[in-house]
Design a protein around this ligand. Structure first.
Ligand code: ADE
Length: 228
């Protein structure tokens, strides 16, 4: 598939993959370090993009423009939107912003403005490869990812997001990465391991499971890259 861009928001989300890279070369631009090399025989550029929509979107555009990637994988942890439990995997069917709306939260803006979509569809082949990589190892779901510039640690806030966007996982970067990929016609998939339930106990669960769950998602990507 050519060169694969792999974006994680936090150091914990890229550490395991970085350790598995061979022929590693480093470039630092705009405050972030890009690692080029091979993982599982695939050409990759791996980067810790930083937390939130702006960090992730601008880094995604950088891996597209400067490193010429042919596909993008966003990995990391997420809060559950419902069914998926801690340490289970959610692979994106599509990705939607939960915080890009008008005066009323129900008034979504993006369907009426460029790029005129409600959500961004993940690449079906990448989704299948990610699901295959989970088989026999970890329970995995294909579902919607909801993204916003907020750590969700309250049942009331989560319930509102779930009612409006029906996500399987809630996080802070996937949709902005999907957005950047979509406008550049680059296939993407988001692979998130659940670290918490995005409810009142989220912060404590996140602190406990951040590294473990981040490594779970990285293991899936390592397997997936063997097939790319
Ligand atoms: N990433 C992991 N857990 C999260 C949460 N509860 N809210 C937003 N992003 C997250």
């Amino acid at each position: 598939m050519g060169k694969i861009g792999i974006l994680g928001a936090m150091t914990s989300e890229i550490t395991l993959l970085k350790g598995r890279m061979s022929d590693r070369r480093e470039t630092t631009r705009a405050g972030r370090t890009f690692y080029e090399g091979k993982i599982s025989g695939a050409d990759v550029v791996l980067v810790c993009c930083g937390v939130g929509k702006v960090n992730s979107a601008l880094t995604c555009q950088m891996v597209i423009d400067w490193f010429g990637v042919d596909a993008v994988i966003n990995i990391g942890v997420a809060g559950s939107g419902g069914e998926a439990k801690v340490r289970e995997i959610v692979v994106s069917s599509d990705a939607i912003y939960h915080d890009l709306h008008g005066l009323n939260a129900e008034d979504e803006i993006l369907p009426q403005c460029y790029p005129f979509v409600r959500s961004f569809q993940a690449d079906p082949k990448l989704v299948q490869l990610a699901m295959d990589a989970c088989k026999g190892r970890v329970k995995a779901y294909t579902g919607r990812i909801a993204t916003g510039d907020q750590f969700i640690g309250s049942k009331d806030v989560k319930d509102d997001i779930v009612a409006r966007t029906h996500p399987m996982a809630i996080e802070m970067e996937g949709t902005s990465i999907a957005h950047a990929c979509a406008v550049n016609d680059i296939p993407f998939v988001i692979i998130r391991s659940i670290s918490d339930n995005a409810d009142d106990g989220a912060e404590m669960s996140f602190d406990t499971f951040e590294t473990i769950a981040a490594n779970d998602a990285a293991e899936i990507v390592t397997t997936m890259l063997q097939k790319l």
